[in-house]
Design a protein around this ligand. Structure first.
Ligand code: ZN
Length: 171
């Protein structure tokens, strides 16, 4: 069930850091969920337009340095898909790629993990509003990495910022 990058995805990788390109190429060869590259390198103008639209929050985007890619889930027969549960499979493949290429990588649905290569799961104790403690266990999957991020933010009364298509090099 090995997938391949399409022509448009190849084009979107142009100008992106070669280590990131290698990770993406590795990921597409092992992923259980097909994906396409929808964004790689951005110009300042493109980034300014995205910030103006509210589609991005920062002018310090890693896309400006070619250190980030956005990967979109693709389902045969129905095309591009946004459902969040398709993205943790892509993230698992990207984590595997980051380990194979040996480069630190961050995922936009688990910002609290500096390097998804090293994510091995965790246990965390939360204090509930009624004063009781509850301990949750998270496995080494990227699905659980995202759950952990969401739970952490909620426990701090902060909204999680989920950008599941986004991966960036930590360099
Ligand atoms: Zn992005």
């Amino acid at each position: 069930m090995a997938y391949k990058l399409g022509k448009r995805s190849q084009q979107k990788l142009e100008g992106v850091d070669e280590r990131m390109q290698s990770v993406v190429r590795y990921a597409i060869s092992v992923t259980k969920q097909d994906f396409s590259v929808i964004c790689g390198l951005r110009t300042r103008k493109q980034q300014e337009a995205l910030v103006a639209k509210g589609a991005s929050k920062t002018m310090k985007s890693k896309h400006l340095d070619g250190h980030a890619v956005d990967l979109m889930a693709y389902l045969d027969g129905s095309g591009d898909r946004w459902e969040l549960n398709l993205y943790d499979e892509i993230a698992d493949a990207m984590a595997e790629g980051a380990r194979a290429i040996d480069i630190p990588m961050r995922w936009g649905a688990a910002w609290h993990i500096d390097d998804i290569r090293k994510w091995k799961g965790a246990s965390h104790t939360y204090e509930l509003r009624n004063g009781k403690d509850v301990t949750k266990h998270y496995s080494s999957s990227m699905e659980d990495a995202m759950s952990y991020y969401i739970d952490l933010r909620r426990s701090e009364d902060r909204l999680p910022f989920i950008d599941a298509p986004h991966f960036e090099l930590v360099v």
